[in-house]
Design a binder for this molecule. Structure first.
Ligand SMILES: *Cc1c(COP(=O)(O)O)cnc(C)c1O
Ligand SMILES: [Zn+2]
Length: 387
């Protein structure tokens, strides 16, 4: 296995290098890594049919599937990247690892490093959701909070890795061993559909390694599938370039969205976005943005209709479905896989603001009154239950 530049094709020994020394391009592994991952139960997540969400999409006749990545050990698909990259880092005998993160990659790194007994420094924006910050701290990692958008954390992690010989496990396209750990997502989807390709895969997209992983896994299986990169309207650099028909992605300003997992403005590594855009176009797919209100509605549908509890970013593919359908992108017979990338435990705020069926019981002995209360509440949901 060697490293190869996705832009100029130059190849390199598999060392801890992060960019092509000839052109500055993104490096990929040519084939799967021959060093074993540091495994901890990641991957092999369920693919669930979402028939109750299908029923909400009037005019849709096809299948919606949920690839439930919330089931990974630290609650997001980032475990797959960190597992692969940490296996490499250990094999190379590094002193420690550093990871810039919007929260989930940091939580994955902290958990896996704890298990490996490896020192870890995690760099996150100061406004990262408290659930993710708590998770990182719980595992004993050194946690650095940096004011401002994610790209500032990215720069600091890169400098720390370079100056102190730590492996950089940041999960943009910077670490080719990490990205190679995502090919399995595409491979699993193909196998779980009975060795058949979905028509579309909807992917919450920050810088895009997950798009690459799905693309690669499906390509390796000989499948052609339209990839849909979903971003938040408050941070959508790839969508903006797609809609403008531009070849290059340009950086976003300050992100403004509840979707913390994809609020990456790409400042300084715009070519990550450009590469992702290229893969999306090659697949015949598209990029589209969803509003925070659409994210909230999607979270509610996932939780109440399918039993799946997702953070705002994780629900973004569900938020994209009505728009894709309305714009004619989901013809009859479509088989759509939605990647549900992160767990609701990580960021429950949006759910806390939703109306809930919570009632204070003053007298638990008066079961008749409690039954009347439940009956009335269920009428409100158009459920006919009689006690
Ligand atoms: C990191 C992350 C993403 C975005 O993945 P990229 O590979 O950076 O595009 C999507 N969803 C969640 C929950 C994430 O943590
Ligand atoms: Zn190159």
């Amino acid at each position: 296995m060697r490293l190869r530049c996705v832009e100029c094709g130059a190849t390199f020994e598999p060392l801890l290098i992060y960019r092509c020394s000839a052109c500055g391009g993104i490096l990929e592994t040519d084939g799967s890594d021959d060093v074993a991952p540091f495994a901890f139960g990641e991957g092999r997540t369920p693919l669930l049919r979402a028939s109750r969400i299908e029923a909400t999409l009037s005019g849709f006749s096809g299948e919606i599937w949920l690839k439930d990545e919330t089931r990974n050990p630290s609650g997001s698909f980032k475990d797959r990247l960190i597992s692969a990259a940490l296996g490499r880092a250990i094999a190379m005998g590094v002193r420690g690892v550093v990871c810039a993160s919007s929260g989930n990659a940091g939580a994955a790194t902290a958990a896996y490093a704890a298990r490996a007994g490896m020192p870890a420094i995690i760099v996150v924006p100061a406004h990262t959701p408290i659930g993710k910050v708590t998770q990182i701290s719980a595992h004993g990692a050194i946690l650095l909070l940096v004011e401002g958008h994610y790209s500032r954390s990215y720069d600091l992690a890169r400098a720390l890795a370079e100056e102190h010989g730590f492996a950089n496990l940041t999960t943009t396209f910077i670490n080719p061993y990490a990205v190679a750990g995502l090919t399995q997502v595409g491979t699993e989807i193909f196998a779980q559909l009975g060795n058949a390709a979905p028509s579309h895969v909807l992917i919450p997209t920050g810088s895009g390694p997950l798009v690459k992983g799905v693309w690669q896994g499906l390509a390796d299986a000989g499948a052609t599938t339209r990839l849909v990169a979903v971003q938040a309207a408050g941070c959508a650099p790839i969508v903006r370039a797609f809609e403008a028909g531009a070849a290059q992605v340009t950086a976003w300003g300050m992100p403004d969205t509840i979707a913390s997992g994809i609020s990456d403005p790409l400042i300084g590594y715009e070519r990550d976005g450009t590469y992702t855009l290229r893969l999306v176009r090659e697949s015949g797919g598209l990029a589209l943005a969803v509003s925070d209100d659409a994210l909230r509605a999607a979270m509610q549908n996932l939780a109440r209709l399918e039993g799946v509890y997702a953070e705002p970013t994780g629900a973004s593919p569900i938020a994209a479905l009505p728009r894709l359908l309305a714009d004619g992108h989901l013809p009859a017979g479509s088989r759509v896989v939605c990647l549900i990338t992160g767990h609701g435990f990580k960021d429950g705020r949006a759910y806390q603001e939703m109306p809930a069926h919570t009632h204070r019981v003053e007298d638990p002995g008066d079961t008749a009154a409690v039954a009347r209360l439940c009956e009335a509440a269920m009428d409100g949901q158009n459920l006919t239950v009689r006690f």
